[in-house]
Design a protein around this ligand. Sequence first.
Ligand SMILES: [Zn+2]
Length: 293
Amino acid sequence: MLKIKNLVLRIGTILIVSSTSVGCSFEKKTDETKHFDIKIEQETKNEMNTNSSPVISSESSTITTHESTEVLPSPTLPSIATEEPVEEDNRGLVALTFDDGPSKYTEELVEVLDSYGVKSTFFVLGCNSENYPDALTTISDSGHEIAIHGDTHTSFTKLSIDQVNQEITNTMDYIASLGIESSCLVRPPYGSLNDTLKENIEYPFILWNIDTEDWKTKDKEQIKQEILDYIEPGCIILMHDTSAVHEVDIEVLNEILPELTEEYKFVTISELCDHYNIELEKGKAYRKIKSDS
Ligand SMILES: [Zn+2]
């Protein structure tokens, strides 16, 4: 049976589709010859000439001469310059993730993220979701992604496969019962995984490659430095949405996001996968999202 499952996993390339609760499903993609082009983001950003775009009002019917300003009736003028030049977004894409919520501080956290135009992914616990259902609505309504961190924060490696599935589906079911959409992405508590889990759990595992250790150090400078030292397109940054680290994390975000958002676009994990044409596979663990994942 396991062999059959493995076969299916290897043959099929799998795409996460939006879903609710246990209705999470994967869809095979027919086009398997994707071309990855991942290094285009940053190189031209600082070379843009900000003076190169003449401003021409699409509504203006005013012609200015050295002597006077004459207003002509609009219908007599040809329709020109009705399109604003579209500025290309060359920022590299990165993912900021928050574990262990929601909490009573989630709303404030979302407010800060929104103020910088940052989208993130919240790996929530079922037990906390039941305590803060409104926070889930806030996350979802603001365009952030809700993903699954289990129900009770028990290490999956200490549970049977049935129990792990319960941890996941209980949480998905509860979120769905609120009419809120969650993704099928799963982050195991403590990042603990083993081969049995990878072979038997029907969801992709999303880990991280930048661990701020905010819960451990609660040290603003250390958390900032970890992010600033290792941030790169495709990275996954781990932070937490808990009362223990809320204050310091808010300080960190307010200090680093104004500059980082100049260079990087913060998106959800699903958006990051879409950008790099990564089709997540069930049972596989991802530390970052790039073409070589
Ligand atoms: Zn956790």
